[in-house]
Design a protein around this ligand. Structure first.
Ligand code: KDG
Length: 322
């Protein structure tokens, strides 16, 4: 049996070989991506048995996603390839003065955007107690209305069975305006155990970056779970559990290549610690470490570490490289 389930809309990311506007870029490298897929792969690399559930395209990109999940050791029993449908893709663009790339989505025809995602067998497996932890993000709720409704049903089911859930809001303004993200949160928060978000998202959603204030607002919006984890990028992360805070410093990174995928890696590290029964603080330390590894690579999860690597780093060991 797997330990953790993640579910969400997978994508193919096309990463340009050079900086510049996409109309001038000729070469791209293709990788599997998608926030929840990234987290499932991150967990598997940390030796946590992980399952991923999604509907994928019946095309070469769907094949790539499926193959990649299996190659990374993620249980893909609940990944359905939908006949005749296309996978969602997105492009990154590094241009101008920005450090972070902008993204261009071509995902409106993906099976999950179109609502072609059947969740019956997934519901049965959750009811049978297959997973001790279930994770998803706000993207799954905003990618298509039916997929959002089914995702909410899944979280409600977990809630009724006392299966722990983590939910990262993962705001993508190219999918919907901030008011719609707030409305979604008011529906979803009552059913999640852990609420995770980034500090820029917090500012947009709640007009504060204080984790205690965020927890207070979330509880006003119906959140009854354990607590809130706030990711602050280069400033580390903090958590609020009933107003009691835990603060963890960042892990320094010598050269930042691309921060996309760091938050999903953080989530993988954090969940890995929590399901191992570690304290909140130690789980957040592992999370920061995975997030730091993530930003050393241009693909989403290419930089995520394996368990042996982080175990060595957590203990302050020295890498023998030659
Ligand atoms: O966190 C990385 C994701 O944002 C990326 O893989 C694409 O899931 C994605 C999305 O919807 O933006």
């Amino acid at each position: 049996n797997a330990t953790v389930l993640t579910f969400g809309d997978p994508l193919i990311v096309l990463v340009p070989s050079a900086r510049g506007k996409l109309e001038y870029v000729r070469d791209f490298r293709a990788y599997a991506a998608g926030a929840e897929l990234n987290t499932a792969i991150g967990l598997a690399r940390l030796d946590i048995p992980a399952s991923y559930a999604a509907a994928i395209g019946d095309d070469p990109f769907g094949n790539l996603i499926y193959r990649e999940l299996r190659a990374e050791g993620v249980d893909s029993r609940h990944v359905a390839q939908v006949p005749g449908m296309q996978s969602g893709i997105f492009f990154k663009q590094w241009s101008g003065l920005e450090q972070d790339p902008s993204v261009f989505y071509y995902r409106s025809q993906s099976p999950m955007a179109l609502g072609a995602w059947g969740t019956e067998s997934l519901r049965d497996a959750i009811s049978a107690g297959t997973w001790q932890w279930v994770h998803t993000t706000g993207i799954t709720f905003m990618v298509g209305q039916e997929t959002g409704e089914r995702s909410l049903e899944l979280l409600k089911l977990c809630h009724s069975l006392s299966v722990v859930t983590s939910f990262d809001v993962n705001v993508r303004l190219k999918l919907a305006g901030i008011d719609k993200w707030r409305a979604m949160l008011r529906r979803v928060l009552p059913y999640v155990t852990w609420f995770m978000l980034g500090d820029d998202e917090a500012k947009r959603l709640f007009e504060t970056k204080s984790v205690v204030a965020i927890e207070t607002i979330a509880r006003e919006w119906g959140f009854q779970g354990s607590g809130v984890v706030l990711k602050q990028g280069a400033d580390g992360s903090c958590a609020s559990v009933g107003g009691v805070t835990t603060v963890v410093p960042p892990r320094p990174v010598k050269q930042i290549v691309d921060t996309v995928g760091a938050g999903d890696g953080y989530n993988a590290g954090w969940i890995a610690g929590m399901v191992r029964g570690w304290s909140l603080a130690r789980s957040m330390e592992l999370a920061s470490l995975v997030g730091a590894y993530a930003i050393t690579d241009a693909s989403d999860y290419g930089g995520y570490p394996r368990w042996q690597e982080v175990a060595r780093d957590l203990e302050g060991g020295v890498d023998v490289s030659r």
